[in-house]
Design a binder for this molecule. Structure first.
Ligand SMILES: Nc1ncnc2c1ncn2[C@@H]1O[C@H](COP(=O)(O)OP(=O)(O)OP(=O)(O)O)[C@@H](O)[C@H]1O
Length: 308
C-alpha cells in the first residue's frame, strides 16, 4: 500500500482568549480541534467550511507558521518537530500558496528576485543556475521569462498569483498547501488559475491540500473533501460521493448553497480538460484512525461524525 505523503493526527490548535489588565487567559478559541486525515501522493484534499471554521489555521499549523497545541503531523512518515522543520528536505517538500496575491509579494522586489529567494535561502542549485531556473518557472506558470526585472505592481491579479505559484514551486516541492488561492480573483481569472494548478499537478506529480469556502471551486480540483465546522471534522468523503450523498445536516446545508452549473452558460467556470491525476491513488482506501464513537464509516472512504 502507498505510504501517505502527509498524515495529520488529532491535530489541535487553540488560541488563548486573554482578558483584563493582566491579560489572564480566560479561555481558548478551538480553531482546529482534533483533525485527522491521510493524504496519498497525487491526491487533492479540499478543506471546506464556513468562515472562521479553522481552514487557514489548519493549513498554517501543517506548514509550521502556527505552532499546534497538540497532535502529530508526518511528512513521508517523518514526524515534524520544531527542529525537524528546519530540515532542508522538509522545507523543500512542503510549500504554501496564499490567498492574497497583492499582499503576499514584496512590492520592492523584482519578480526575478521574489522567485529566486527560496533557492537562495535553501541554498539550492549552484548560483549560476538560479536565473535559468527562474526563467523555467515563469514559463511553467505561463508568464514571460523576459519579465524578471518587473515589479509585482506591473502585473494583474491573476499574473501575481501565478508569480506566487512559481515561487512556491521554486524548490520543487511535492506537497502544496493552497489557502484560497483564487478567492481574490475575478471568476474568469479563477478558471485560468485553477486550470494551471490542475495542469501543474499532473505534470509535476504534486499533492495538494486545497482550502476554499467555495464548494464549486473545491469540487473541480479535489479528489476528496473534508468538511470542517468550528475546528472539528464533520464529514469526509471522495468528492463526487460527498456531493451525491452528503450525510451530515451541516454538509447538506453547505451543499445546498452551491449553485447548480447552467449547461447553456457560454463559459463554464473551468474550461479545458481537468484530468484526475490521482485516479491510481484513489483506488486505495485511506485509513482513518479516529475513535469509532466519534466517526461512522459508511463506505470505504466516507466518514461522518456522530457527535457534532
Ligand atoms: N492568531 C489568532 N489568534 C486568535 N484567534 C485566531 C487567530 N487566528 C485565527 N483565530 C480564530 O480561529 C478561528 C479560525 O480562524 P481561521 O482563520 O482559521 O478560519 P477560516 O475557516 O480560515 O476563516 P476564513 O474562511 O474567513 O478565512 C476563528 O475564530 C478566528 O477568529
Amino acid at each position: 500500500m502507498t505510504r501517505p505523503i502527509l498524515r495529520v493526527e488529532t491535530l489541535r490548535t487553540y488560541f488563548p482568549i486573554q482578558r483584563g489588565l493582566l491579560r489572564r487567559t480566560a479561555g481558548f478559541v478551538r480553531a482546529v480541534d482534533g483533525v485527522t486525515f491521510d493524504l496519498l501522493p497525487g491526491e487533492t484534499i479540499g478543506i471546506v467550511g464556513e468562515s472562521g471554521c479553522g481552514k487557514s489555521t489548519l493549513l498554517r499549523s501543517i506548514v509550521g507558521l502556527i505552532k499546534p497545541s497538540s497532535g502529530t503531523i508526518q511528512l513521508d512518515g517523518n514526524t515534524l518537530t520544531a527542529s525537524s522543520r528546519h530540515n532542508r528536505q522538509i522545507l523543500q517538500d512542503m510549500q504554501m500558496v496564499f490567498q492574497n496575491p497583492y499582499a503576499s509579494l514584496n512590492p520592492k522586489m523584482t519578480i526575478g528576485s521574489i522567485i529566486r529567494e527560496p533557492l537562495q535561502v535553501l541554498q539550492l542549485l549552484s548560483k549560476d543556475k538560479w536565473n535559468s531556473r527562474v526563467n523555467e518557472l515563469l514559463q511553467l506558470v505561463g508568464l514571460n521569462p523576459d519579465d524578471t526585472m518587473k515589479f509585482p505592481h506591473q502585473f494583474s491579479g491573476g499574473q501575481r498569483q501565478r508569480i506566487g505559484i512559481a515561487r512556491a514551486l521554486a524548490c520543487s516541492p511535492r506537497l502544496l498547501l493552497l489557502d484560497e488561492p483564487v478567492a481574490a480573483l475575478d471568476v474568469s481569472i479563477q478558471a485560468q488559475v485553477l486550470n494551471l494548478l490542475s495542469d501543474l499537478q499532473q505534470d509535476l506529480g504534486l499533492t495538494y491540500v486545497f482550502v476554499s469556502h467555495d464548494l464549486a471551486v473545491v469540487r473541480y480540483l479535489s479528489t476528496r473533501i473534508l468538511v470542517l465546522r468550528q475546528g472539528r471534522m464533520i464529514e469526509m468523503a471522495d468528492t463526487e460521493e460527498l456531493f451525491a450523498n452528503p450525510l451530515h445536516p451541516y454538509t447538506q446545508t453547505l451543499l445546498a448553497a452551491v449553485p447548480i452549473p447552467d449547461p447553456d452558460a457560454e463559459q463554464s467556470m473551468v474550461t479545458g480538460d481537468l484530468v484526475d491525476t490521482s485516479a491510481e491513488a484513489m483506488q486505495e482506501t485511506t485509513t482513518l484512525e479516529i475513535s469509532e464513537s466519534e466517526w461512522k464509516r459508511v463506505k470505504p472512504n466516507h466518514y461522518v461524525t456522530v457527535s457534532a
